[in-house]
Design a protein around this ligand. Structure first.
Ligand SMILES: Cc1ncc(COP(=O)(O)O)c(C=O)c1O
Length: 466
């Protein structure tokens, strides 16, 4: 090793930490969306790769000059768009430590710490979220950290396909989800080779209807098709609708389908026991995904994927070339996580999860979630009391969806006015032809005054429309 490396890490590492600390100090003052023209950052970086090395100092300085002007501030307290994607100091430091240790945890043997801290985190989350105990690493099931919910869902689809092969060819297999399910279901299904993908119509609160699922399965069987996979969502992306997990699970059991539950956003909320009825029936599912990188304070990327039984997962995903055959794994003493995902290599993602769970404790994260739920509910009450606004969906979690009673054009204009404010950012969405505004409360520094500001901007805009 170059003798200067440790010192360089100390000085330039400190400079990066200083930059990030300054960023956190200023982020609430910055316009959430950067004011850059497309291509501006690309031009600034330039076309010519450097022939000769530069001092790290100069590179670090460009975080401020080149990178920051093109950053969208997901970490702003006025962030009400999409879903939250919080990072926190413990998460930043856990990621930094993971980068510095340079682990590649494809096998237990290539990093026992990476593997076993991940196993421990999967067990902790079973306890913290009240998940079925058989999903612990010492049970028949288990959990793994994937990059995104889309990756996890794709893996679930591949496992389901592998299982269904005993009964039918892929051309006959059918995948079911509601028309509100995240696009990752359809994308994963297509990539996994499924040709029949049913987006089932939902009820008036955007939830999957068990009767619709049953009827579609029966019709598909009549046509000689083979129902193979169903996904229910706890907290859909559009409106946080809650599918009836238990009923879907019962149908899946009776019809021999793989049942995958997508709780990408909502999973964190299960730290609060009073919310667990929203996913009642989990013991009837085969796989489950939720994203600590949304609401738990763990920076992107960290998506937890559980299976009720690891055997079908390993049957579908493991291959064992001789150079990867590890003695301990062959005797089943250890977990080789490369068999639980698509890629071979894997980062030490568990470290940031470990840092976050220890730094805040369950109680710290739970109280954040409850605070967000309270803020969202009082904002929903305000919307309900407003004569010119109509809420379009229930608020089981911390997302409020509404539109202008005057119609689509008015709703779009209101969305533009909110986003033009600079310090607030919401998402404009649509159900069918009807536009609506999503206000997702979940940033860790969002306080009542930020929702007050949102209400003021909405009221001011509505006043100009009268
Ligand atoms: C319900 C649901 N599922 C899946 C996803 C996709 O998550 P990821 O970006 O981790 O693939 C999202 C993203 O918002 C989501 O809301």
């Amino acid at each position: 090793m170059d003798d200067s490396e440790p010192d360089e890490l100390r000085t330039q590492g400190q400079a990066v930490l200083d930059f990030l600390a300054r960023y956190l100090e200023r982020v609430h003052e910055m316009p959430i969306r950067p004011k850059v023209e497309p291509g501006a950052i690309l031009r600034r970086v330039g076309d010519a790769p450097p022939e000769h090395g530069e001092p790290l100092e100069a590179i670090v300085r460009d975080l401020e000059d080149v990178v920051l002007p093109g950053v969208t501030h997901w970490q702003s307290p006025g962030w009400f768009a999409y879903f939250p994607s919080n990072t926190t100091v413990p998460s930043i430091l856990g990621d930094l430590a993971a980068a510095g240790l340079g682990q590649q945890g494809m096998l237990w043997a290539t990093s026992p710490a990476c593997t076993e801290i991940e196993m421990a985190m999967m067990n902790w989350l079973v306890e913290l979220l009240g998940l079925p105990r058989g999903w612990r690493m010492d049970g028949p099931g288990g959990g793994v950290i994937q990059m995104t919910a889309s990756d996890a869902t794709h893996v679930a689809l591949v496992v389901a396909r592998n299982q269904a092969r005993a009964h039918a060819s892929i051309e006959k297999m059918v995948v079911y989800a509601s028309d509100q399910a995240h696009s990752s279901i359809e994308k994963g299904a297509r990539i996994a080779g499924f040709e029949h993908i049913r987006a089932l119509p939902t009820d008036d609160v955007f939830a999957l209807q068990p009767e619709t699922l049953e009827a579609q399965i029966a019709e598909d069987r009549r046509h000689g098709l083979h129902p193979a996979f169903v996904s229910s969502t706890v907290g859909t992306t559009g409106t946080t609708a809650i599918d009836p997990v238990r009923k879907v699970g019962e149908i899946a059991r009776a019809e021999n389908l793989w049942h995958h539950v997508d709780a990408a956003y909502a999973g964190t909320a299960m730290l609060c026991p009073e919310l667990r009825p929203l996913q009642d029936g989990l013991e009837l599912c085969d796989s489950y995904v939720f994203n600590p990188h949304k609401w738990m304070g763990v920076g992107f990327d960290c998506s937890c994927f559980y299976v009720a039984d690891r055997k079908p997962l390993l049957d579908a995903m493991s291959i064992l070339p001789p150079y990867l055959r590890a003695e301990a794994a062959e005797t089943r003493e250890v977990v080789d996580y490369r068999d639980w995902q698509l890629a071979l290599g894997r980062r030490f993602r568990a470290l940031k999860l470990w840092f976050v769970l220890r730094a805040y404790g369950a109680e710290g994260i739970r109280s954040q979630v409850r605070r967000h739920l309270g803020l969202a509910r009082s904002f929903a009450e305000w919307v309900d009391a407003h004569p010119a606004l109509t809420r379009i969906a229930p608020v089981p979690l911390a997302l409020v969806c509404f539109r202008c009673a005057a119609g689509d054009a008015a709703t779009r204009a209101l969305a533009s006015a909110i986003n033009a404010s600079g310090d607030l950012y919401i998402t404009l969405s649509a159900h069918g032809d009807e536009a609506f505004i999503r206000v997702s409360v979940g940033h860790r520094h969002t306080e009542p005054r930020h929702l007050e500001r949102l209400r003021d901007v909405i009221s001011a805009h509505m006043d100009t429309q009268n």
